[in-house]
Each structure stands twice: as structure tokens, then as C-alpha cells.
Write a protein that binds this ligand. Structure first.
Ligand SMILES: Nc1nc2c(c(=O)[nH]1)N[C@H]1C(S)=C(S)[C@@H](COP(=O)(O)O)O[C@H]1N2
Ligand SMILES: [Mo]
Length: 304
């Protein structure tokens, strides 16, 4: 079996400050003064929203230099370099399949429709490393409502870009290209499911899936397809890249579950980038109270 979805993940074990607190002391004092006077609400003082994790945010440098993006390379350190200059405009996203308003949208036209918001989410890769990222984006449900799926539509399929001129990894059959992912429609509509266009308040870097990717914070990271070009509404569970490559290792659901081990390693613990000691993995990555109802009556060891 192929599956290089494993790496000891011994990165980031150093003391770095998240970008969100990269203000020098002078700026800090000046801003604090203004803030005290009620003149300015600095970003670092923004109250956490109801969707935000209050975990320490993983430094920008780690989030953008330790990536899984196999279309560029199967190691985690090259995508940052190989995706430099990745062309993200013009960019279109095709919404089609079982919906009332199929259409190929220009990305900028889409972005104008939906206000962007920041969400701080825990992120857990199936390889047992994790991070905490302030993403920018909008609920995927906005896009889905725009397409207006028919009652017959039960799943969403994401197709991501495959441009051999820009993506050297495509010359290797690491996965069945283009990379595809999918969700059940109710999972895709869940308020936590985010269409992501940026991180740390900046446009999404190529290596993180520019210009548009999805993040489903209670699922393993590979469910979050990068550089999406098509969203299709379908009746039956779509074939997806990792599930096709190794169905017993990477389930279609892939909800984070510390009690369901990967056949080759335990999922009970994880290494948070930047931390020395492993921590316990949380059921549904800590989002259990918000998402468990989606899976009522399902055997989570069978539907993994
Ligand atoms: N198109 C595409 N999307 C992808 C991948 C990929 O190789 N190609 N890797 C997945 C995996 S395994 C993970 S863990 C996350 C990594 O996202 P990050 O690099 O922003 O941390 O992207 C997911 N989305
Ligand atoms: Mo992953």
C-alpha cells in the first residue's frame, strides 16, 4: 500500500510567538492606550467568537512551512517553496450536479457576496500531529445555499486543481489525481464547516490551499480539500482520494476519534506543533457537543 500519510512530526519544538502578538512593545503600549481610551479595538484583543478555540495559536511559520500538499510534493517542507508564485487568479469554482442553480463562478464575484470572518480552530491530521489556526473565510453553507441543492442531493464532492505545469507532484502517482474529497450534505451545511480564503488575516498561501479550501475542524485534516475548482452535489457517497488509496486506513467520514486507531498507529494522542509533550486527542477534536448529533445512531467504529 502506498500511503506516506505518516511522519514522526517532530517539528516546531521551539519557542516562538504566534504572529498575532508580533507587535513591538512600543506599538503595543500605544495601541493599548488607544484601546483603553476606546478608540481602537486591536485584533489581538478581539474577543473570541463562539466558534473559536482558546488554545494557543500555532505560529504562522509552522502553519505555512509544515504542509501536506501532495500535488506539490509528498514531504512537508517543500510545498512552501514549490507553491511560491502559484497562480490563484483568475480562478473559477464550478457549482454543479443536483442543484437548482448550477454555475461557474468567478472567485472574486463569490467573495464579494460573502463577508469574511475569522475562526480559530483546532486542526488534527490523521498522522497524529495537530495545530491551532486562525482561518479567514465564510461558512460553506453560504455557497451551498447559493447553488440550492435538490432534495435528491445527499453528498457534496470537492474537486481540486491539478495543473502539472505548476505542481511537480502530479508527475508521481502518489494519489489518484485530481485530489477529491467529499462530505455528507448535512456535514457540509454545518455552521463549523468553513470555506477558507486566508489565515492569520492574510490571503491563504499556496501551500495551504489558495485561493479556496475547506476546513472541517472535527475531521482529520485530509478531508479539507485545497485549491477547490468544483463543488458537485450528488446522490451517493463520492469516491475520495485517500479513501480510494487505502479504504481501511482512511474512512470517508474520518471524524477525529481517539478510540478508533489507524491500523498502523494509535490515535489516542497527538503532537501539537510547537509543543514537546504529546497531548490527548479529543473526541471529534473537541467539537463533540456541536457535531455529535450528526452521527446519532451510527456506529462510529464501523463508519470511521
Ligand atoms: N488538494 C489537496 N488537498 C489537501 C491535501 C493534498 O495533498 N492535496 N492534503 C490534505 C492533508 S493530508 C492535510 S493534513 C491538510 C493539510 O493542510 P495544511 O497544509 O494547510 O496544514 O490538507 C489536506 N488537503
Ligand atoms: Mo493529513
Amino acid at each position: 500500500m502506498k500511503t506516506k500519510e505518516w511522519d514522526a512530526a517532530g517539528v516546531g519544538e521551539r519557542d516562538v510567538t504566534p504572529e498575532s502578538v508580533f507587535l513591538n512593545r512600543k506599538q503595543f503600549i500605544a495601541a493599548a492606550g488607544l484601546a483603553a481610551a476606546g478608540l481602537l479595538k486591536p485584533r489581538w484583543a478581539a474577543a473570541l467568537g463562539k466558534f473559536d478555540a482558546d488554545d494557543t495559536q500555532t505560529p504562522l511559520q509552522d502553519v505555512t512551512h509544515y504542509n501536506n500538499y501532495y500535488e506539490f510534493a509528498t514531504d512537508k517542507y517543500s510545498p512552501a517553496r514549490l507553491a511560491e508564485g502559484f497562480k490563484t487568479r483568475p480562478w473559477t469554482v464550478k457549482l454543479d450536479g443536483l442543484c437548482k442553480n448550477p454555475k461557474t463562478w468567478d472567485l472574486d464575484a463569490l467573495l464579494k457576496k460573502f463577508p469574511q470572518e475569522q475562526r480559530v480552530y483546532r486542526f488534527r491530521c490523521v498522522e497524529a500531529w495537530s495545530m491551532v489556526v486562525p482561518w479567514d473565510g465564510f461558512p460553506l453553507s453560504h455557497l451551498i445555499k447559493l447553488a440550492d441543492p435538490l432534495p435528491k442531493a445527499k453528498f457534496v464532492e470537492f474537486t481540486t486543481v491539478a495543473d502539472p505545469k505548476q505542481m511537480p507532484g502530479l508527475s508521481y502517482p502518489a494519489l489518484d489525481w485530481p485530489y477529491r474529497e467529499g462530505l455528507r450534505l448535512d456535514e457540509a451545511m454545518h455552521p463549523l464547516t468553513l470555506a477558507v480564503t486566508g489565515l492569520y488575516g492574510k490571503p491563504l498561501p499556496g501551500q495551504n490551499g489558495a485561493p479556496l479550501r475547506v476546513i472541517i475542524p472535527w475531521k482529520y485534516g485530509f478531508k479539507g480539500a485545497k485549491s477547490i475548482v468544483r463543488i458537485r452535489f450528488v446522490e451517493t457517497q463520492p469516491a475520495t482520494a485517500w479513501n480510494t488509496a487505502a479504504p481501511d486506513e482512511y474512512g470517508f467520514y474520518s471524524n477525529v476519534n481517539p478510540r478508533r486507531d489507524h491500523p498502523r498507529w494509535s490515535q489516542a494522542k497527538e503532537r501539537r506543533l510547537g509543543e514537546l509533550f504529546r497531548r490527548d486527542t479529543l473526541m471529534f477534536n473537541g467539537y463533540e457537543s456541536q457535531v455529535a448529533s450528526l452521527y446519532k445512531g451510527m456506529d462510529l467504529l464501523k463508519y470511521y
